[in-house]
Design a protein around this ligand. Sequence first.
Ligand code: PLP
Length: 479
Amino acid sequence: MTPLLKQAYDPEKFRQQGQALVNLFADYLKEVQSENTTTKVLNWNEPDVLVKKWQSDLATAPNPDISQFFTEVIDEMIHMHHPKYMGHQVSAVLPLAALGDFFGAFLDTGMGIFEQGTAGVAMEKILIQLLAKKMTIDVEKADGFLTNGGTLGNLTALLCARAKMIEREVWQHGFEGKKYAFLVSEEAHFSINRAIRVMGMGATGLIKVPSDKAYRMDTSQLKNIFQKAKNEGITVIGVVGNACSTSTGAHDDLNAIANFCDANNLWFHIDAAHGGGLLFSKKYRHLLTGINRADSVIIDFHKMLMMPTLVTGVVFKNGNDSYRTFAQKADYLWADSEGHEWYNLAKRTFELTKTSMAFRVFLTLRTYGEQLFEDNLNQLYDLAKTFSDMLQTHPDFETAVPVPDSNIVCFRVVKGGYSELELDELNAQIREKIMKEGEFFIVQTRLRGRLFLRTTFVNPITTKKIVKDLIKKITKLKI
Ligand SMILES: *Cc1c(COP(=O)(O)O)cnc(C)c1O
């Protein structure tokens, strides 16, 4: 062992480094949580400026001062734990869950096969069973795994649908000139489109179903769209429902979609990346009514369930289906049930050396219980409704929907005498100004062509007063 290697694996050195980092994060949390914090949500820098800066930082290597590194990076990063962060949909990470992530990263055994993953693989199964129980489906029959994110989760579930629903084996023979499609809400996340394209189904592989005024799938159109596809020689193999959509947080009518799928023998996939966490909320669980009827569901723990990215639960109602995804028919036929080796997860996931995702979720549940998820969800969803009410009673604002389904609120400033284009421009400027000033962080989206400001409440320490201050801030901006 060279002296450098010896030093790099030195236990005492590691102890000091680790303790210093935890202390730093604890101080950081305390600072952003304090009422009079002077820390901005974001210290805006242009991308190229940061490249230059960090290039010269790296030139100082070897540089033993890790504290300086940590402090500077924290300062430059967007502060998700800041109560005025209300932008994208990922969590303000639960501190204990971050430790669970670190724990997994340190052991880093890989979760693809049981002999490597052991306890982590067992926990993964328990977590999937917990989701299945919450979905009120048969826990014995259901099965699944964790994947690195919803994008990969959606792809994996749709690949499974493809394997199950197309009679002749696509894995072996390709599409043989035939056209297949999924019916998908026009509000679906772009990862669904990406998955369908990656699967080689082409532009006709995704058939859009329009959404209604509340941005929910207009299920009354399913029948006609299905028939039209048929007339054009396209075989529809499944429908994808949103729980909820990304832009506005709209929950589709899952029972209506399930009825349609049942009647036409179609695969029903639910993209519950964002809203699936509501399984843990007695108050808002009703938004997921019908989830028990899906063939496959994905739920991002890193969206509403406080986990660090990425950790996504993929649940199949009929666990046997999941063995088809990456296998030729013969493989899974003779390997039915016991032969499936549920514990060698890489047979059913895209990832082979998979990260240790289960620890952070399991540790959280073991330490705080499910109640923590429920408390967090209810608080964030309640706050969105309060904020939306405030906007609606204010003459300068309008909201995209009368009552938000979720913790996402889309709104815009409206002014008499402005054209729609001018309003778009005005709202875009507001968003840019807010982001660059750095006191608050919000995002924007386009809804039916119009530009809306968008907030997602992800931080349980964000208060009513803070959202009121945001409204005040926007109305006082000089544009
Ligand atoms: C975030 C999101 C995804 C993508 O998940 P990642 O974990 O970011 O890969 C998919 N669908 C919906 C509805 C989402 O909100």
